[in-house]
Design a protein around this ligand. Sequence first.
Ligand SMILES: [Zn+2]
Ligand SMILES: [Zn+2]
Length: 411
Amino acid sequence: MSLRQVYQRPAVELIGCADCGLVQILPPVPVDAVAECVRCKRSFAPPARGSIDTALALTIAGLLLLLPAALLPLMQVTAFGLPRRNWLPTGVEALWNDGFGSLGALVFVFSIAIPFIYLAVMVWVLGGIRFGTAAPLGRLFRWASELRPWVMIEVYLVGCCVAYTRLESIGTVQVGVGGWCLLAATFASVLATLKLDEQSVWDALPPRSSPAALKHPISCGTCELMIDAPREHGPCPRCSATLRRRKPDSMRRTLALVIAGYLLYVPANLLPVLSVERFGRDDPNTIVSGVHELITAGLWPLAIIVFTASVLVPLLKLFGLTLMLVMTRMRSRKWLVGRTRLFRFIDRIGRWSNIDLFMISILVALVQFGALTSVRPEPGAIAFAAVVVITMIASRSFDARVMWDRADQTP
Ligand SMILES: [Zn+2]
Ligand SMILES: [Zn+2]
C-alpha cells in the first residue's frame, strides 16, 4: 500500500509555503511529478518514492538494530599487548569521568537517546497510519519532525570511521558486533528517511487543507495545514502546534545566537580539543592540527570531510545567517530565491559538524594505556560543541518567510 493510496490528494488545495509564506492554490499533482512553490521553488509534493510498508519495515529494523549497537562492543583496539573495548555508552562515561559532563550528556543525547525516541515514535506513527489506530498521530509526527535534525547516528558513524583511522596508528583495531549493528541501523534509518517524504505522511493524517479561499488564512509552521483562524496561538487541528503567522522574535533570537556563535568559534578553533599523552609527553590537538594529522597520514578523503564538517560548515552557517539578517533588515529584494535555498541548505547540514565531537568521545574511551598513550578531552571541545548546537538553534529560530515579508514592504 503506498501513501498515495492511503490518501488521495483533493482536486485543488490551498497551501501556505513554509519558506516564503505565499498562499497559493495547489492543483492535482500527477504521480511522479513535483509541485513547487511558484515564488521560492520549495518542493510541496515530491514524487512518491516508496511505500509506507517499506518505510515502516526499515524503521522497525533500525530500532531493533540500535539495541545491540548500544549494548555490544563497537570497536576493540589492542596496543602494547593490552586490549581496550568501547561501547556506545563508554564514550559518554569517559567524558563524564574526565570532568566533561556537559560533553558526555551531549554525546548521550545525540547518539543514543534521541535516535531511540525518534525511531520508536516513527514506528508508532507509520504503524498507526498502516493499521488505522486512533492515537494522536499528528502530534506524534510533529514530535518526530522536531527531533529529526537532532538524530545523529549517521554522524556518529562517520565519527567512528575517523576514530578508526586515527586508532590504526596506535594499535590493531577490530570492529565489534555492536559496530556492525550500528552500521546496519544507520543504513536502515537513512533508507527509511529516503523512502518517505514528510509531506506524504502529513497528507495521510486528517484534517486536510481546505480548497476554498479562507477569510483569515494561517499556515501551520510544522505541518503546513491552511486553516481559517482569526486569532493566533490556538492549536493546529492536525499536529497541535501553536498557530503563529511567523516564528516569534525570529530576527532578534537569531542575531543573539549568531553573535554567540562567532564569539565561541574563536576558542573552538584556537584551543586544543583533545590532548594525546605519549610516553609522558603531552601533545595538544586543535581541530585544524587533527586535520593536518590526517593529511600527513595520507588520508585525504577523511581530512576533507573533517575540515568541511568542523571548520567550513560552522563558518558557512554563521556567514549565511549574517547575510540573511543584514539583507532582511535592509528589506532587500536581491537573491530572495537563492537566499531561501541557502537557508534550507544550512538548516540541514549543521549537525554534520558533530563528527569531531563523536570522534573525541571514542578516542577518550579507547586510548587509555596509561603513560604509554592516553587521550583526554580539552576545553576547546566544549566551545566547539557549543558552536555546533548554537548555530543549529540559530538556523531553526530564523523564519525565512520574514525575508519575503520585508522585501514586500520595500516601496
Ligand atoms: Zn515558497
Ligand atoms: Zn500543524
